[in-house]
Write a protein that binds this ligand. Structure first.
Ligand SMILES: [Zn+2]
Length: 464
């Protein structure tokens, strides 16, 4: 029996401007996809023949254009067409890929696959915990397995769970039953972390449920608030032997998740940008980080907003300050030939005098060099401009820009929470509730297509 394996992922952000291009996808074909996926050994150990298809994964970006989507989707479909007799299909998705003209990229691909394979073929998928589940997904996927950690560290276990369940059901001739229960809340992603209550206990409950012989997966999906679509919300999904049982458990989990809706808080100081700047200037700590959460490049935003830079420049801080990773191609292009130490006039805030500090490089997600950076000093404020969107997630990004992270007392990065790699350098962390494509304030996102009522936009009673 054959199992076809693929992965196709891009977390979409409706407010972001940059659609992912073909070259934004990390791409492997054939056996090379197992450089990235862990399921091959499981399927082979269980006696299945593995048919590798495509691995195409991009960083969070604006919605995917149909042409780009089809380029990869068609390759997967071609592989399915070449193997219409597959007993199973395993795909590692994100679950929040929004494609122009067709909506959910995951659902569309699954529907197309179902048109080709036999009716007995089982489809098993893995999803990010921030997947926005469509109503129809359980119709087209038999086994749905989501991450149990936020921040995500269990990608491997999530794949293994989906693969093991697929093998089990194929060998025993079981047609697993998936049930999804939508939970009408949409919370700030950065307040939802599985290491802390109340999510910690809820996740433990799903783990305990999965130990039951008749339950294959039990999942909490927290939703992803930066896509304006009807399927944008939290949900619970359970896959079990029996449909009624899956429904009962999914509804029970949904009620429990709903009951916690008021209990999610930021795990650090979260304030408007003006207040963050004030606290950073007055703070006694050695080094204070401010995260510009509305322009979080790891959440699909461009990294090009200047609000925090302007606040800091105007504040004329006595502290050495760095604003890291502002996407601004014109500045990098326009002043690249200026030498370090040269005085320049930047076309920002109606014209501002600056000194070129250093020329450097920027790193892509897989740590390859993707472009140039130019750092300029405006008084005590150093601004690192980059010619492409980048994410300053660790000290190595500052090193590549030829900037000494340790020399600063205030550091601004375009992230939500600080990445673990930066935490050792932060004596205090301020989460700036700034505007932008990754703004965390739901009311300010102005979502028009989501179902209503939706907590916290409305406060209401609800039961699954
Ligand atoms: Zn996620």
């Amino acid at each position: 029996m054959k199992i076809l394996v693929a992965s196709f992922q891009c977390e979409s952000n409706s407010k972001a401007k940059l659609h992912p291009s073909r070259s934004d996808f990390e791409y492997f074909k054939g056996d090379d996809i197992f450089k990235k996926l862990v399921v091959k050994e499981i399927f082979e150990r269980e006696g299945f023949e593995v048919v590798p298809s495509v691995y195409a994964v991009a960083l969070p970006s604006a919605t995917v254009e149909l042409q780009t989507y089809n380029y990869y989707a068609e390759q997967i479909l071609d592989d399915v067409r070449a193997n219409p007799d597959v007993a199973g299909v395993y795909i590692f998705f994100h679950g929040s890929m929004e494609v122009e003209e067709i909506g959910s990229g995951e659902l569309y691909l699954l529907k197309k696959i179902r048109e080709i394979v036999s009716k007995d073929c089982l489809i098993s998928i893995s999803l990010d915990a921030h997947a926005n589940i469509t109503d129809e997904l359980p119709v087209y996927a038999d086994i749905i397995s989501g991450f149990k950690t936020v921040p995500h560290v269990d990608q491997k276990e999530c794949q293994e769970r989906a693969a093991n369940a697929l093998c089990h059901c194929l060998k025993k001739g079981i047609k697993p039953q998936a049930y999804m229960c939508r939970v009408p809340f949409l919370l700030k992603n950065d307040t939802l972390q599985t290491a802390y209550e109340p999510l910690k206990s809820l996740i433990e409950e799903t783990v305990a449920l999965e130990e039951r012989e008749d339950v294959f997966t039990a999942n909490l999906f927290l939703g992803h608030c930066w896509i304006d679509a009807p399927n944008t919300s939290a949900s619970t999904v359970v896959c079990a032997v029996d449909k009624t049982q899956a429904e009962e458990i999914a509804k029970d989990l949904a009620n429990k998740l709903w009951a916690t809706r008021r209990d999610y808080k930021f795990l650090c100081e979260a304030e408007l940008p003006e207040e963050c700047v004030k606290r950073a200037l007055e703070g006694k700590e050695k080094r204070i980080f401010i995260t510009d959460s509305g322009d979080n490049t790891t959440a699909g935003a461009e990294g090009d907003t200047l609000g925090l830079l302007e606040l800091l420049v105007n504040a004329k801080p006595a502290k050495k300050t760095c604003v890291a990773g502002i996407t601004h191609q014109e500045i990098v292009d326009g002043f690249w030939t200026a030498t370090d130490g040269e005085e320049v006039s930047l076309p920002l805030f109606g014209g501002v005098k600056a000194t070129v500090k250093s020329h450097g490089e920027i790193l892509g997600w897989t740590k390859e060099i993707i472009g140039r950076s130019l750092t300029v000093s405006i008084g005590n404020v150093d601004a690192i401009f980059t010619e492409l969107r980048s994410a300053f997630i660790e000290k190595g990004n500052f090193d590549k820009a030829n900037v000494d992270l340790l020399s600063y007392e205030i550091v601004v990065v375009k992230l939500g929470y600080l990445f673990t790699e930066l935490k050792p350098y932060a004596d205090r962390e301020l989460f700036a509730l700034s505007d932008g494509a990754s703004c965390v304030e739901l009311a300010r996102l102005n979502l028009k297509r989501i179902i209503r009522p939706m907590f916290p936009l409305e406060d209401f009673e609800w039961q699954a």
